[in-house]
Design a protein around this ligand. Structure first.
Ligand SMILES: C[S@@+](CC[C@H](N)C(=O)[O-])C[C@H]1O[C@@H](n2cnc3c(N)ncnc32)[C@H](O)[C@@H]1O
Length: 376
């Protein structure tokens, strides 16, 4: 069946009583820019229109997982796939809050007008993050509100288009994506359904890193490993004027909670490096200026972990509205300097003999990266 025929065939079925309605302007397959050979997961696949379109797009070397909580919808999607002669689809019965797939299984998560229906959207986004490969893409269509709605406006919208009862605001969606670990978040409002309710395209990325590794938000349970890596870095004498890592309470109190990430071994979960940032000032004019540190386990250097952590951190910081990231680097720390310069930092100047370290007065290079995306 040709692409247009699949669209016609499935559109008719998707609009049947079983499948719920597609809202104009939603096209997660196009949004996710699927490529041949990719593995795709459709959250709440319904009658399967996006599954069939995706299956054709990824081709015989790709796979599409179709997940739906309704057995009737799974059966309908299966029949549609059979009629369309599409073989590279796997049908899953289950919920999007507890996706029945192992971690790091898919390249792309798509979904059309489903996530807004969930009572636990944090769980859905956390699960999407878990099943994606590092570097994997999240590209969904959903219903969002531009601002918080009062109950009457929400009910009016629900009667007009459905799918509005549980919709998040743009900022709430951004915050949940960031908390799950996604970066490079873009939310584009498309069709306007009135009362501040919109169809929207939501795109985000799971931070990329080398094989067998993963980047995710730092948790309290990482404390011992994070501080151990910190201390190992301080012990080199080239990372900081500090000589002793702080307590977790001290570390945590001075770092911004939404801008802390760890790199881990995907199999063992061992923390191999971390990045975190502090606000530089309480003055509103500097609200988008932070100072960061990045540390990699001494046994894991030169594997691209620091670079991946720093790249993820920059993307997350820009998502959060940070416009300048700054830090101090000892001139002798050539590896750190070249890593930062490769990711857009420049040397602002040298702070001469600014501090005494183990009896020696040392210079510090002040480096900063001005965002071209945030604060423009
Ligand atoms: C509005 S339809 C959208 C179907 C399809 N994405 C489309 O665009 O045609 C919503 C679908 O999501 C499924 N669904 C709703 N909540 C779900 C959940 N928590 N877990 C899995 N599927 C869910 C429903 O069974 C239904 O098939």
């Amino acid at each position: 069946m040709a692409h247009d025929e699949i669209v016609d065939h499935c559109s008719a079925l998707a609009r049947s009583a079983l499948s719920g309605q597609r809202i104009a302007g939603c096209d997660p397959v196009a949004v996710a820019e699927l490529r041949a050979g990719e593995t795709v997961l459709d959250l709440g696949s319904g009658g399967g229109i996006d599954v069939l379109l995706s299956a054709r797009r990824v081709g015989p070397h790709g796979t599409v997982f179709a997940l739906d909580a309704s057995p009737a919808m799974v059966e309908l999607a299966q029949r549609n796939a059979e009629q369309a002669g599409v073989a590279n689809v796997r049908f899953l019965h289950g919920t999007i809050e507890a996706i029945p797939l192992p971690g790091h299984t898919v390249d792309v998560v798509i979904s059309n007008c489903v996530i807004n229906l969930s009572a636990d959207k944090a769980a859905v986004l956390g699960e999407a993050f878990r099943v994606l490969q590092p570097g994997g893409r999240f590209g969904v269509s959903d219903v969002l509100t531009a601002h918080a709605l009062d109950e009457q406006a929400r009910q009016r919208a629900e009667q007009r288009i459905g799918c509005a009862a549980g919709s998040l605001t743009v900022q709430e969606y951004r915050d949940l994506l960031a908390a799950a670990g996604f970066v490079a978040v873009t939310i584009t409002l498309t069709a306007d359904h009135g009362d501040g309710v919109h169809s929207a395209i939501v795109q985000a990325v799971k931070p990329a890193i080398g094989p067998g590794l993963e980047i995710r938000p730092m948790r309290e349970g990482d404390a011992a490993e994070v501080l151990g890596i910190y201390q190992a870095g301080l012990d080199t004498g080239q990372a900081s004027f500090e000589t002793t890592a702080p307590s977790w309470e001290g570390f945590s109190a001075s770092r911004l909670p939404h801008l802390r990430y760890v790199a881990t071994d995907s199999d063992s979960g061992e923390v191999l490096g971390w990045v975190a940032a502090s606000a530089v000032s309480s003055r509103p004019v500097y609200a988008g200026v932070v100072e960061h540190s990045v540390y990699v386990h001494p046994g894991c250097q030169a594997h691209g972990i620091g670079r991946a952590l720093l790249a993820a951190f920059i993307a997350a910081a820009e998502d959060a509205g940070v416009w300048t990231i700054q830090s101090g680097v000892f001139p002798e720390n050539a590896a750190s300097l070249s890593l930062h310069q490769a990711l857009g930092f420049r040397v602002v100047g040298t702070r001469e003999r600014i501090g005494c370290h183990h009896g020696l007065w040392r210079d510090v290079l002040l480096i900063e990266r001005r965002s071209a995306l945030s604060g423009t």
